[in-house]
Design a protein around this ligand. Sequence first.
Ligand code: ZN
Length: 406
Amino acid sequence: MEQQQQYEDVFGTARIGGGDYQKAKKIETGITEARLIPPVKSQKATGRWSLYHRIHYGYYGVNRRDPTSDKLWAKPFLCIEEKDMRLQMITKACPKCEQVKDKKAALDEREAEIRKELKGRPEQDIKGTFKSDPVYDTLNKWRIQHNIDGHYYINVKYVDGSVGCMKIPSKSKKALDEQIKNLLAKKIDPFALNAGVFFKFSRQGEKINTEYSVSVSKEEVAGPGGELYERNKTAPLSGADVEQIKTKAMDLLTAHGATVLTEAQIKALVECDEDPATVDAIFDQVQKATPAEQVASSPAAKPTPKPVQTPAPTPAAKPVVKTAPAPAPTSAPAPVGEDDEEAALLKKLEETRARKAAEKAAAQAAQVAQAMKPAPKPAPAPVQVQNIDEIDPDSFIEEFGDPGSN
Ligand SMILES: [Zn+2]
């Protein structure tokens, strides 16, 4: 190290890997074991622990590192379509989605025409004709190039102790919601800071045959007689985990990493000649703001409504705080009849915070009373924050109040 300082005019510090660049990871084939992290950063206020984003692909700009290269740079951007899932209605249209729908309709129409012409012929022949038919082939290639990639973004702590943002497909999210619902019915809070559970996210197979499932991780423990029994693998968050979450958990609003274009810019893109220079010109209109600012100023930044509706969890007894000598919270129980389990979870956290605040006030009052006493007794040593039981949700939440800090 000293040597490096001595020669600092000569050497820089080698950057290993991708530096601090963060990217949401897809679930890899096999099993990924991870626990959920409660809402952080911009979602601290909304209570959302997952956000759904759709990304449009299909456009390419000039290779900025080597403008003569024909290895063009992909220019993905965020879909701005908004839907009311209850009414199954589009409340805000996205010009790119409309174009994709039109092309898909044309492709379906061409397929129907070919099938009609070749009626009675083996499926293999029909498939062969699709490839050799220029109209069908062109539309099909366009559809593949102009892919829409939709994922739920969630922050997790992996079983190896690392923290990051994971993007999971709808099938996986649906399976996860089901598991959360089951846990809440048993009064187990998967988000509890001092307990929680690990989930096993499974991905098997390839391409259109890929299958996703989610289960609660189990571990075996020995009973008093040596008998083995199974229990949920708990996943407490330590102080070190919280420190890691501050830097490694992503702001879900911007975790998709794509450019946020306005409706007019998307329209210009849809209508353009798709020449790399033209595409760049449109993307360059996006102000050089930080991603968080871009998203914050965009109407697309509104959290997408949850397509998966799950019944309300039963108001669960809080397994979060063991320390509580304070009276039980007098606030309302978790919202029965409320059909958003994320809202219910937020409510629970709020209750815990309220109770913690009451405890703090009581502790302060006691301290004042102590100070008023004439005999200067040595004050009891303050409790060190040393284990997970002492990390209250209040301070946990306070840690994450700075959206866009990463
Ligand atoms: Zn769209």
